[in-house]
Design a binder for this molecule. Structure first.
Ligand code: PMP
Length: 424
C-alpha cells in the first residue's frame, strides 16, 4: 500500500471531486467557496466551459509535439494573441511548464545576454521552488532551508514594505532604493549584475504592492547600469490586480516578463516574454524541456484569453476587488490590533489579491491568529491561504469570474471566522 507524502496531506484542505466557477465540491457534495483559486486555476474559475471545450477538442487532434522538432498551431496562435496583451516591445515568447521554470529561463536569459553573473532579488520575494528560483526567494525560510548551499550570485535588497518597517510608503521606498544603490556600490557591482527580479505585488511574501516610485527607480537604475529588469508576474498577471499586468498600476517597463498561473486556467504552462533581440541571446538548446508549450495547454490558454477579454474579467477583478476590500476593511475596523490587543494590523493588496495581516498584542506578526482564522474559515466552507514571512497574512485570491453574490458570501464567512477567533 502506498500513501500520499505527509507533506501533501498536511497542506490539503478539501478532497475535491468537481469544480465549477468559484466553487469546489467534495465527495459529500458540499460546496466550498474557493478563494484560493487564483493560485491554481486562476482567472476563469474551475472548469470554464470554453476552456474545457478547447482542451477537449485539442486532446483529440494533437496532445503534444516537442518544440525542437514539432511546431503546432495552438503555439503559434497563442503567441500571436499574447502579443496583443504584452507590454510594448516584448514581442518574443518562450514557453515552459511552471512559474519556477519560467523564472529560471528568465534568469538564464539575463545572464547569457549580459555575460554578468549576479542577480538582485528583493526581500520577501517568492520566485519558486527549483534551486535557482528558491535562491532568489526570501518570503519564508521554509522555501530555502534544509538543502543548501543555494545558488551563489544572488544579492538581496529591501522591498518597500511600509507596514513591516512602520514607515510611510515614501520613506520605505527611499530607503529601499538607497539600499539598492548601496548594494550596487558595495556588494554586486553593476558590471557584475545581470538583472533585478521583482514582483509587482509581493505574493507569498504577504500581499505587499510595490509602488510607482519604486518600480520607476528600478527602471532608471537598470537603464543607467545596463541591468535587465525582470518582472515576475506569475501571480499578478492576467487581470488579477484589476489591470492586465500588475505593473500596469506603476509603470517600470520590464525587459523580461515572467508569467504562469493565469495563463492557462490550471493547465501547466508558463512563459517568458522579451524583445526579439534580447531573446536571441539565449542559445538554442540551453532553455526549455520536453513539455514546454504543450498543445492542449496552449489551446486552454487561447480559450482563457478569449474568456478574459469576452467576459471583461479584468474589469470584474477591479469591481469585485473594490467590494472585497471594502468588506475586509470593515472587519478590520471591528478588530483593530493595538493597545495591547491582537487583531488586524493591515489590509493590503490590489484587485482580487487581498491580504489581511494579523498582529499580536505587541504589534508583532501573528501567525498563530492567522492560522486560526484560516482554519475557522475552512470549517465554514471558505477556502483561503496564508502568506507572509511568519504566515501572519490570510489572503483571498478568488477566480476572476467571482460574482458580487460570491464576494458578499465570502465576506460573510470571513466576518464569522474572524469574530470566532477574536471575539465578535
Ligand atoms: N513566482 C511567483 C510570484 C509565484 O507566486 C509563484 C507560485 N506561487 C511562482 C513564481 C512559482 O510558480 P510555480 O509554483 O508554478 O513553479
Amino acid at each position: 500500500m502506498s500513501a500520499l507524502s505527509p507533506v501533501l496531506k498536511q497542506a490539503t484542505q478539501v478532497l475535491a471531486v468537481r469544480g465549477e466557477g468559484s466553487h469546489l465540491y467534495d465527495e459529500s457534495g458540499r460546496a466550498h467557496l474557493d478563494f484560493t483559486a487564483g493560485i491554481g486555476v486562476t482567472s476563469t474559475g474551475h472548469c470554464h466551459p470554453r476552456v474545457v471545450a478547447a482542451a477537449q477538442e485539442q486532446v483529440g487532434k494533437l496532445v503534444h509535439g516537442q518544440y525542437t522538432t514539432v511546431l503546432h498551431q495552438p503555439l503559434l496562435t497563442l503567441t500571436e494573441r499574447l502579443g496583443e496583451v504584452l507590454p510594448a516591445g516584448l514581442d518574443s515568447l518562450f514557453y515552459v511548464n511552471s512559474g519556477s521554470e519560467a523564472v529560471e529561463a528568465a534568469m538564464r536569459l539575463a545572464k547569457q545576454a549580459t555575460g554578468r553573473p549576479n542577480i538582485v532579488a528583493f526581500q520577501g520575494g517568492f520566485h519558486g521552488r527549483t534551486m535557482a528560483a528558491a535562491s532568489m526567494t526570501t518570503s519564508a525560510t521554509k522555501f530555502r532551508s534544509g538543502y543548501g548551499p543555494l545558488m551563489p550570485g544572488v544579492a538581496l535588497a529591501p522591498f518597500p514594505n511600509a507596514f513591516h518597517y512602520g514607515w510611510d510608503e515614501q520613506t520605505a521606498t527611499r530607503f529601499a532604493l538607497r539600499e539598492l544603490d548601496q548594494l550596487l556600490a558595495s556588494v554586486t557591482a553593476p558590471a557584475d549584475t545581470a538583472a533585478f527580479i521583482v514582483e509587482p505585488v509581493l505574493g507569498e511574501g504577504g500581499y505587499v504592492p510595490a509602488n510607482t516610485a519604486f518600480l520607476q527607480g528600478l527602471r532608471e537604475r537598470a537603464d543607467r547600469h545596463g541591468i535587465l529588469l525582470i518582472l515576475d508576474e506569475v501571480q499578478t498577471g492576467f487581470g488579477r490586480t484589476g489591470k492586465f499586468w500588475g505593473h500596469d498600476h506603476f509603470g517600470g517597463r520590464p525587459d523580461i516578463v515572467v508569467t504562469a498561473k493565469g495563463l492557462a486556467s490550471g493547465f501547466p504552462l508558463s512563459a517568458i516574454a522579451a524583445p526579439q533581440a534580447l531573446m536571441a541571446k539565449s542559445w538554442p538548446g540551453s532553455q526549455g524541456g520536453t513539455y514546454g508549450g504543450n498543445a492542449v495547454a496552449c489551446a486552454a490558454a487561447i480559450a482563457t484569453l478569449d474568456v478574459i477579454q469576452g467576459e471583461k474579467l479584468v474589469e470584474n477583478a477591479a469591481t469585485r476587488g473594490a467590494e472585497l476590500f471594502s468588506g475586509l476593511r470593515e472587519v478590520a475596523a471591528a478588530h483593530p490590533a493595538g493597545e495591547g490587543r491582537r487583531g488586524v494590523g493591515d489590509v493590503r493588496g490590489l484587485g482580487l489579491m487581498a491580504g489581511t495581516e494579523f498582529t499580536d498584542a505587541d504589534g508583532e506578526p501573528d501567525g498563530a491568529t492567522a492560522a486560526a482564522v484560516h482554519a475557522a474559515a475552512g470549517e465554514r466552507g471558505l477556502l483561503l491561504l496564508t502568506c507572509g514571512t511568519q504566515g501572519q497574512v490570510v489572503r483571498m485570491i478568488p477566480p476572476l469570474v467571482v460574482t458580487e453574490g460570491e464576494v458578499a458570501e465570502g465576506l460573510r464567512l470571513w466576518r464569522e471566522s474572524v469574530d470566532a477567533v477574536l471575539g465578535g
